[in-house]
Design a protein around this ligand. Structure first.
Ligand SMILES: C[S@@+](CC[C@H](N)C(=O)[O-])C[C@H]1O[C@@H](n2cnc3c(N)ncnc32)[C@H](O)[C@@H]1O
Length: 262
């Protein structure tokens, strides 16, 4: 199977051509419920889930980004799919939240929905975890009142507080032009996820040279970020038009070789 390549085809057919235990990380967002219209697709979730398990390396991870239809009776698709993934052998390593900073879609009788799920599935225990860090609120040095003398006088001592801690599992991103991406062409696709979201997962669950797969890559966000971070990518979308957007966005012809070699 050739890597650093975009495939315009059904991802199920593509995965059938992949060897077992091949992919280090999948970051993908499938068509969920009937929330968007794509250029016509066939989405066979159950067989896709089984094939994803087969092609994922032992210790590899799948990040499944999904939202539920909320029209007065939440679809629970995320939970149904997560249970199915568990049934085919995946470990549900975490359920994370992708919070959108700007949310234009107000609702009349419910609070404005501002998140999607990021289900973290692993084949066995994840082999790689490079935790992303964040600054602590009280970082640096501070006078700490922990040295109380026998006479009751509180002698303050200068202590060092941790400057960084591991990020929490709710990740927040601005969406739209300049947030999701600055590539105008990407918005010819109706449901692009933020570049930073893809990058944060790629950095967390893989190392340089690893294979990153997006079976439903749309405008190519995951592939672009894999490439920019020195990983190999395989992108697939059933729509030729979307693959053309991804191809232009990644700038495949001129940038590819130098980025991979660096
Ligand atoms: C939510 S979008 C992905 C968007 C992508 N994450 C991005 O940032 O542009 C889902 C994509 O799945 C594609 N798709 C649907 N069924 C497919 C299938 N069976 N094989 C491959 N792609 C499929 C659709 O064409 C659509 O582009």
């Amino acid at each position: 199977m050739e890597v650093n390549k975009l495939y315009a085809m059904d991802c199920l057919a593509l995965m059938k051509q992949m060897p077992e235990d091949f992919v280090d990380l999948t970051v993908t967002s499938p068509p969920y419920d009937d929330l968007r219209n794509y250029n016509g697709y066939k989405f066979d979730f159950e067989n896709i889930a089984k094939e994803l398990f087969r092609v994922t390396k032992k210790g590899g991870v799948v990040v499944w980004v999904v939202g539920d239809r909320r029209n007065g009776d939440v679809s629970l698709t995320t939970f149904k799919q997560t249970l199915f993934f568990k049934g085919v052998g995946f470990n549900v390593h975490d359920i994370m939240i992708y919070k959108k900073k700007n949310t234009p879609f107000m609702r009349k009788n419910a609070y404005t929905n501002c998140f999607e799920f990021m289900v973290i599935l692993s084949k066995g225990k994840p082999r790689t975890f490079n935790p992303l860090m964040t600054k602590t609120v009280r970082s640096g040095f501070e006078m700490l009142p922990f040295n109380k003398r026998p006479d009751g006088i509180n002698k303050k001592t200068l202590g060092k507080l941790n400057e960084e801690k591991v990020k929490v599992n709710i990740w927040e991103y601005a969406v739209g032009l300049g947030g999701t991406t600055s590539d105008k062409i990407a918005f010819q696709h109706p449901a692009v996820f933020p570049e930073k979201l893809a990058e944060d997962h790629i950095l967390s669950w893989t190392n340089r040279g690893d294979i990153v797969f997006d079976p439903m890559c749309g405008s190519g966000t995951t592939c672009k970020m894999a490439l920019l971070n020195g990983r190999k990518f395989i992108g697939c979308d059933i729509s030729k038009e979307y693959i053309e957007i991804a191809r232009k966005r990644i700038g495949i012809k001129n940038r590819l070789t130098s980025l991979i070699e660096s």
